[in-house]
Design a protein. Structure first.
Length: 282
């Protein structure tokens, strides 16, 4: 049986914000944002492709979930509002990055990934129709060729985002992963689409893409046992983004991706804030 092993990241931070007369924060938290708030709709051409980290965040069945520990909060004796919280999380969960070392010894860790891999022109390869018919669908080289033929451009030097449609299930673990069970015994029950290892190799060797992302829990499909796409990508130092949100808000091409992870020294992955900048129509 194959186990995915990752570090657990714990952090504590302080936030000082102006308070109102009652000493309460003057802004709404991301987890409380309404569906039509700036957190979920384009603002000045910026689209957030990141899920919030909270108690609902989906992690691999063998990993611990996100833990948020509220700290002391209130108005200080000097009259300003102050709060300092802490959190603890595995590297691989929620919207996150896989660094090449995750599945390839002595390759790049999170802090070593060149920025050029994380920022650049993006495209969306839409395979929702095929994945709707087969939850274990493998995205093929032919799917990628079809995208190039349809849009009249190559995937070379792009950040390639794979849209399976499974993002619509977030954060329902059973629908998103195929099971809501936890632990090693749950891994064989995972069902969601992924990238065919042959296609992963083709993207890195024939198109030299910058990076690849997907709206599922893994770049390999849920039923994978050898994680061949991880290996093929990371052999060529190509990072992967997993659990990417809101791909349905993007056009097929013509936008810029900025995918900046927590810079964990020696990390095999980490939480990712990924956004797209889309030209605004006047």
């Amino acid at each position: 049986m194959v186990y995915r092993i990752a570090l657990v990241v714990c952090s504590a931070g302080a936030v000082v914000v102006a308070g109102n007369a009652a000493g309460q924060p003057a802004r709404q938290s991301a987890t409380e944002a309404k569906p039509d708030s700036p957190e979920t709709r384009p603002t000045s051409g910026l689209i957030d492709l990141t899920y919030p980290f909270d108690e609902k965040t989906i992690y691999w069945p063998t990993a611990e979930g996100f833990v948020f520990k509220p700290g002391k909060a209130g108005v200080t004796e000097r009259g300003y509002y102050y709060v300092a919280n802490s959190f603890c999380a595995a590297e691989h969960g929620g919207t996150h990055i896989d660094a090449p070392i995750h599945f390839y010894k002595d390759h790049e860790t999170v802090d070593q990934i060149p920025l050029r891999r994380l920022v650049g022109p993006g495209v969306v390869v839409d395979v929702r129709d095929k994945c709707a018919k087969d939850p274990d669908y493998l995205i093929t080289v032919q799917d990628l060729h079809d995208w190039e033929e349809k849009h009249g451009t190559l995937l070379a030097d792009k950040i390639v985002l794979l849209q399976t449609g499974f993002g619509r299930y977030w954060p329902d673990r059973k629908k998103y992963l195929g099971t809501d069970e936890r632990g090693p015994e749950a891994v064989p029950k995972l069902h969601f689409p992924g990238l065919d290892p042959e296609a992963a190799q083709w993207l890195t060797e024939q198109r030299q893409i910058r990076s690849v992302g997907i709206d599922t829990a893994s770049i390999d499909r849920g039923q994978s046992q050898l994680f061949g796409s991880h290996v093929a990508l990371f052999k060529n130092e190509t990072p992967a983004f997993e659990n990417v949100a809101h791909l349905d808000k993007l056009p097929a091409q013509g936008f810029t991706i900025m995918a900046l992870p927590m810079k964990i020294a020696g990390g095999s992955g980490g939480p990712l804030r990924i956004i797209a900048q889309v030209p605004v129509k006047k």
